[in-house]
Design a protein around this ligand. Sequence first.
Ligand SMILES: [Zn+2]
Length: 533
Amino acid sequence: TLVIFYLFVPGVVQGVYGTSEGPAKLLKSADNCRKSLFRSTGKKKYRDNWLKCIRKYGLIYSRYPVSEQAPWAMFRAAGLLSGLYAYSGRSKDLDRAIHLYQQLLRKYKGHRLADDGHCRLGQIYYKYEKDLIKARGELLEVCKRYPSGDMRPKAESLLNRISGELRRKRKPRNRISIRANKKRIAVKNIRHWSAPNYTRVVIDLDGPVKYSHHLLDADPQHGKPRRIYLDLNNACISPQIGSPVLITGNLVNQVRIGRYKRNTVRVVLDMLDGGSSKVFHLYSPFRIVVDIRGKQKVSTPVCGIRAKTVVIDSGHGGKDPGCTLGKTKEKDINFEIAKYLAKKLKQQADLKVFLTRTRDDFVPLEQRTAFANTKKADLFISLHTNIDKDRKKRGLETYYLNVTTNPDSMMVAARENASTEKGIGELQLILQKLMLNHNIQESKRLAHDVQKAMVSQLSAKHRGVRDLGVKYAPFYVLIGAEMPAILIETGFISNPIDRKHLLSQGYQRDLADGICSGMLYYLSRAKLDCIYH
Ligand SMILES: [Zn+2]
């Protein structure tokens, strides 16, 4: 079959037997095509003109592969393709050029164009592919294999340049890798709050870490107490932290912190007593919260004869203005209403009133809840204002803590938590898992009482009061609250009517009056429940 094949493919037969006029003529024509292309900048702008010449060369090396013209044709076609790439920017053109140079080196080993081929490949890898290592490989071939070739000076000068660039690149790379190793997340601080039956420990870090937490039973044989430990991955301990951190209260004796493995920091809470623990984390800045509650269940908070305690949380403060619009800052409105509310509540003989902040101070969210818990508060009221892109949106709404599927409620929670909506998703999972909201029914009741009283108080005196009702969403500031806890969005500062209301002292006072009567109504109902149950 081979014989027949050769007989019927005249070009190949000619090619096999070398110097026919065919390929020589074709090469001349292709070279003319190339020359006229290079002479005219106008022609070079059109892809077709390039392809026409490339095809002419292609005809030679495919039809007469063993002719002496074939390697030249292949070399020049490759040159045209890389030239075309400079105009077209199509990586396909460059790939074809590289492929042709490689084919040339493979097919015509030892040809006098071989060093040119390596050199061109080196230039392409250097200039277009930015691959210094590959470029160096090709250029070294030129110097080693063709030391007396005409390409050597060119290759050497490019090699020198590449070596310099590689040296410069290597230095910062080393520095980066050292930094990457060192870039562990530092444990910056341990904060804690305690009441007899409650302790909250917060681990402050300078970035998010992956962590796990475990509970170990007491080991009397080795004199070890019951303990909770957390392993923080890729973390380190900031030098200013002293260990152990001694904790007051009945639940936790101390917190110890140490390097467990090379990259792992272990935080251990030595427990004094049995109790349940909840662990969750908050963002910006990242911190891990450990809540511990004693075994004995407190009776329904509002029962009993002792004076009731309420904590009023005026949202945001200090460096955190809350939502802002022009000069209007949420933190200021919240604070004004909180002051009126506190004043009003203090008029009740059997109420103790605390504010989470008494000035324009920044107070972290987890500290506000912890404050209410350590004060053994019976009610927790967090005051906020809303904002929306839609200026028409207005009205007041009251929230209690629960997972939600409502996108609007999620947005509100995301903003108040200073987190992303992704953060909210994570928080919902935590809530579902931990069921932290054991006061959910009472909180819901409180929310309805307060919302109703607020709306009726305000509508009697002001126009355009809109009732948006009671809602629920996962707010950080409500997580872990030991008492019925709600968050009130008193209105939208983005809406002209609401904004005017919220900035007027009269409205602020009436709002506080409404919240106050809602709270008192709730407390009186709860008292009745205590008597009749
Ligand atoms: Zn707020």
